[in-house]
Structure formats: structure tokens, C-alpha cells
Design a protein around this ligand. Structure first.
Ligand code: GTP
Ligand code: MG
Length: 250
């Protein structure tokens, strides 16, 4: 019998204790201290970024998801459709290659690629440096595509106004309850690749219920970056969340 959840099956829990994680050879107290130091420093950088966004009326969004959910595809379609309406800029995060930044630049929009190497997420310091290079225009929509990873990016504030979680229907409807931190941190979930639904057993209603179980107020839009279905609702969401020119950014 499992002593933590009482499920009666062979079930090992490593997310217990104050650190809610496990590292061989490190005590829970030591892990908490290390995490506090890292996140505290990150929070300072994120606040600097946020102040810059507020001053310049920039809507910064942190796009988070597993690898391959369609972040870059959504972005290239969005940029192509919105070009000329607003200043646009992109920061791309991947462990290696500049392929995504190249795809963004092919739309005519400026992009800076950050390669994190072994790192599994972007942080506030990296984004601050990217901003120096990118220098987005006042009033811009700034999209930050995080490293494809449904775990680590949830914990790191980049100074964004909102995290936007992209979940594609090929991943299974259970992802919000299996990776709850990401869906708790995101204000909007874009359910992508809906063009594939006729070929899958994916239960859209159940997926939305799972997401709302983790985050009751999460907004959810169904889209297809391939066909363009639902994209207009996403653009309306972007318009609605742009800061008023004279008022502080949200
Ligand atoms: N059918 C279908 N395929 C899609 C859609 N969006 C993206 N794809 C495909 O999904 C694959 C991954 O898309 P990307 O846009 O590279 O995904 P990503 O999230 O940016 O991937 P990483 O940056 O590696 O995490 C590509 O083959 C896309 O063509 C969609 O709406 N429908
Ligand atoms: Mg990508």
C-alpha cells in the first residue's frame, strides 16, 4: 500500500517535503535555500523587464509548452496576420540552433534567439539581455517563445504580463493534471492542432475540465495554426490585453 496517497499500488513519490522535489545527496532544507536564491535573483531581473514593458506600453507574453506543440507555427501565422497593425518582436528560446528565430525572421519580424545549452528554460536575466539587442518599439507585442518543456519554465518569471500555455491535441487531454504547475501559471491556454481532432480520440471537454480543475479562471481558445481556425479569437484576446497607451501595462 502506498503510504502517501494510499492508492494500494506500487507508487513512488519524490515530490513530497518542503522542497517538493528530490536531488540525491541534498537535504530538503538545502534545496529550498538554493531555490530561493535562484528565484529571488530571477525575480529582480524579471521586475526590471516588467518595468521596461510598463514604461513602453509593451505587451509581453511568455509562450510555454512541450516541444512541438506548435509555438513557432502559431507565432509565424500570428505575425503574418498582424504585421502592419502593431509593432511586433520575438525572443526565441531553445537549447540549440537558431531555426526558430530564422522562421520568425522569414516573416519580416525581428527576432533574437537565445540558446540555453543544458538549461531547460529562459530566465529574466537572459530576456533582459535579449531586450538590449531587440529593442522592441513602444506599444509592441513581444512574444517570448520559451524552451519546449512543460515543467521548468513554469517557475521562472520573465517579466511578462501573461504566460500562455499551448497544448496540442496530439499530446493527450491529461496534460493539465499531470503537469499542473504550468497550467496554474498560465492565464490562457491555446488548444492547438484542432484540425487533427477527426483523426484522434482526444476529448476536448475533458481536457478543458482538467485545465479548469488546476486553474478555474484559465481562458481557453481552440485554434489551428495550420488552417487558421480560431486564430481570430486569439487576435481579439491580444487586442484586449494590450495596455492602453497612457495607462500602465497589466
Ligand atoms: N496539423 C497541425 N500541425 C501543426 C499545427 N501547428 C504546428 N504543427 C506542426 O507541429 C510541428 C511542430 O511545430 P512547431 O511550430 O515547430 O512547434 P514548437 O512548439 O515551436 O516546437 P519547439 O520549438 O521545438 O518546442 C510542425 O511539424 C508543425 O508543422 C497545427 O495547428 N496543425
Ligand atoms: Mg518552436
Amino acid at each position: 500500500m502506498c503510504t502517501v496517497c494510499g492508492c494500494g499500488d506500487a507508487h513512488h513519490h519524490y515530490g513530497q517535503g518542503v522542497a517538493r522535489a528530490h536531488a540525491p545527496g541534498l537535504s530538503q532544507a538545502r534545496m529550498v535555500k538554493i531555490e530561493q536564491d535562484i528565484l529571488g535573483k530571477n525575480a529582480e531581473y524579471a521586475q526590471r523587464n516588467r518595468a521596461r514593458f510598463r514604461e513602453q506600453g509593451i505587451l509581453a507574453l511568455n509562450l510555454v509548452s512541450s516541444p512541438g506543440s506548435g509555438k513557432t507555427s502559431l507565432l509565424t501565422r500570428t505575425l503574418t496576420d498582424l504585421k502592419g497593425q502593431y509593432p511586433l518582436a520575438v525572443i526565441e528560446g531553445d537549447q540549440e540552433t537558431s531555426q526558430d528565430a530564422d522562421r520568425i525572421r522569414a516573416t519580416g519580424v525581428s527576432a533574437v534567439q537565445i540558446n540555453t545549452g543544458k538549461g531547460c528554460h529562459l530566465d529574466g536575466h537572459m530576456v533582459g539581455h535579449a531586450l538590449e539587442t531587440l529593442n522592441p518599439d513602444p506599444g509592441a507585442l513581444l512574444f517570448i517563445e520559451n524552451v519546449g518543456n512543460l515543467v521548468c519554465p513554469a517557475a521562472f518569471d520573465l517579466g511578462e504580463a501573461h504566460k500562455v500555455a499551448i497544448l496540442s491535441v496530439t499530446e493527450g487531454e491529461d496534460k493539465p493534471i499531470k503537469y499542473p504547475d504550468m497550467f496554474a501559471a498560465a492565464d490562457l491556454m491555446l488548444l492547438n492542432k484542432t484540425d487533427l481532432l477527426p483523426h484522434l480520440d482526444f476529448d476536448v471537454a475533458l481536457c478543458m475540465e482538467y485545465a479548469r480543475r488546476i486553474h478555474p479562471d484559465i481562458e481557453i481558445l481552440q485554434v489551428s495554426a495550420k488552417t487558421g481556425a480560431g486564430m481570430e479569437q486569439w487576435y481579439q484576446w491580444l487586442r484586449a490585453h494590450r495596455p492602453e497607451p497612457e495607462s500602465p501595462a497589466r
